[in-house]
Structure formats: structure tokens, C-alpha cells
Write a protein that binds this ligand. Structure first.
Ligand SMILES: [Zn+2]
Length: 251
């Protein structure tokens, strides 16, 4: 690590020490150390497939079969993923009451696995570790859906109402989840230090939250391996992997 990055990390920790309310906003970059692929990174196997839009998923059995096939193939790649130093550092901030919760674009459930209670993780793009019925909202576990899919080749139907079952993630063309969006806004407005960690801030509307925080008077720190469009308005930019930068906070 070069001196400039090291200095930026020291400044980051000084800012964390001074802050009263720290709100982390995380993206794929925090989970790469856990082995979860970043879908948008060059070379990711998922860049080869065009995403299946929500309306196509609803309209076509073939699209649902393809969506489940991809989902289970992807799960095989990161079934052993565990929270890393970055997740644990943020869990410490929450446990110590220095942060009210983490806003995340990730669907991997690793913030919860790091020990943050469910209500402390605001998932803007949903959760890929279980599924729900689009009609009645009933929760379905992936293991049962997979067993049935592999036995019959048919996409899951809700055992309660017969409705279409989908992973609890937000697809392209699907409405943003109202409750998490409201909660994310609330947390964003409470921050005096807004810590973007591992997000390239390209997916809207999620990426507007750091702008809202900054406009509301929070200090904005962007901790990301690559440059982002919001670097220019940040109070501090740390160009680093998340784990090494936050490691000293991790229990
Ligand atoms: Zn149902």
C-alpha cells in the first residue's frame, strides 16, 4: 500500500473517531474479499448474460426457468462466502451504537451474517438468500425450490396460493422496495459521517443517497478501489480495498 493511501486511511479513522452518527453505504466491493463476485466487474461470468427484466420474468415460463438456472449456478460459486474484515468492522460500529445501521446494495446477506440484526441492514436491492411469492408475499426457502426445480425442471409456484415465486431481490424494471427506501432516507438524514464502502455509485436511485447526505451537511467519505462519479464532492476519498482499510475496527 502506498503512502498516500496509508495517509488517507489514517484520516478516515480520525474522521470515524470524531463522528457521532456514522452511516455506512455498501456495495459489491465490500464482499469481494469474501469471494462474492462483483456482477459488473469485467470478466464476471454474469456479464455474458443479459439480465432478465422483471416483466419478462412475469410473462414467460422460459424466462423464469432461465432465472432459476442462473440463480442456482451463481449460488454454487459463493455458497461458502463468510463475512470478512470489512463486514465485521461495520458490525462493530453498529454494536457500539456509533452507527444506526448499514444501507447496502448487496443481496448476499453477509451484513446479517456478520452479526447485525435484520433491522440494522437496509437492503435496497433485496436479498438473494431466500425467495418470496409475488402474489401473497409468503417466504420460500431456496433449498426446497431448488430440489423441486432440479426434479421437475419447472419454476417454483407458491405452495400457499399458486403464485409466481422469485428470489427476494429487486430485478431490473422492478419497483424499488418502499420500506427500505424510506428507512435508507431516514438513516441518511441522521448521518454526520456518510461512509460509502465498495460501491461504484452507478446504480440509481440508490446512488443518490450519498448526495442527499452531503447536501444535509454530513461529511462524505468514499472508500472504493475505483474512482466514482461522486469523488469530486467527497470530503475524503480512500482508494483501497475495504478489508485492509477497516481491519482495525473488526473484532
Ligand atoms: Zn403465494
Amino acid at each position: 500500500m502506498d503512502d498516500e493511501t496509508q495517509d488517507a486511511i489514517e484520516e478516515l479513522h480520525a474522521m470515524l473517531d470524531r463522528a457521532r452518527v456514522i452511516v455506512p453505504f455498501t456495495g459489491a466491493g465490500i464482499s469481494t474479499e469474501s469471494g462474492v463476485p462483483d456482477f459488473r466487474s469485467p470478466g464476471s461470468p454474469w456479464m455474458r448474460n443479459k439480465p432478465i427484466p422483471f416483466d419478462a420474468f412475469l410473462a414467460s415460463r422460459e424466462a423464469r426457468v432461465e432465472a432459476w438456472r442462473r440463480k442456482f449456478a451463481m449460488d454454487d460459486h459463493y455458497r461458502d462466502a463468510r463475512p470478512n474484515r470489512g463486514h465485521r468492522a461495520l458490525a462493530t460500529l453498529v454494536a457500539e451504537g456509533r452507527s444506526p445501521g448499514v444501507i447496502t446494495q448487496n443481496i448476499d446477506g453477509l451484513h446479517q451474517a456478520s452479526g447485525i440484526a435484520g433491522s440494522g441492514v437496509i437492503e435496497l436491492h433485496g436479498n438473494g438468500t431466500y425467495a418470496t411469492c409475488l402474489t401473497c408475499g409468503w417466504r420460500h426457502e431456496l433449498a426446497a425450490i431448488r430440489a423441486q426445480f432440479e426434479a421437475s425442471g419447472e419454476p417454483a409456484a407458491c405452495t400457499m396460493c399458486g403464485g409466481i415465486v422469485k428470489t427476494a431481490t429487486i430485478s431490473f424494471g422492478q419497483q424499488m422496495p418502499q420500506q427500505p427506501m424510506l428507512r435508507a432516507h431516514e438513516l441518511t438524514m441522521s448521518a454526520d459521517l456518510y461512509l460509502v464502502a465498495g460501491s461504484s455509485l452507478v446504480v440509481f436511485p440508490a446512488a443518490t443517497f450519498p448526495v442527499i447526505a452531503k447536501r444535509n451537511g454530513a461529511k462524505l467519505v468514499i472508500l472504493n478501489r475505483e474512482p466514482t462519479d461522486l469523488d469530486a464532492i467527497a470530503d475524503l476519498v480512500v482508494r483501497s480495498e475495504i478489508g485492509p482499510a477497516l481491519a482495525r475496527l473488526a473484532n
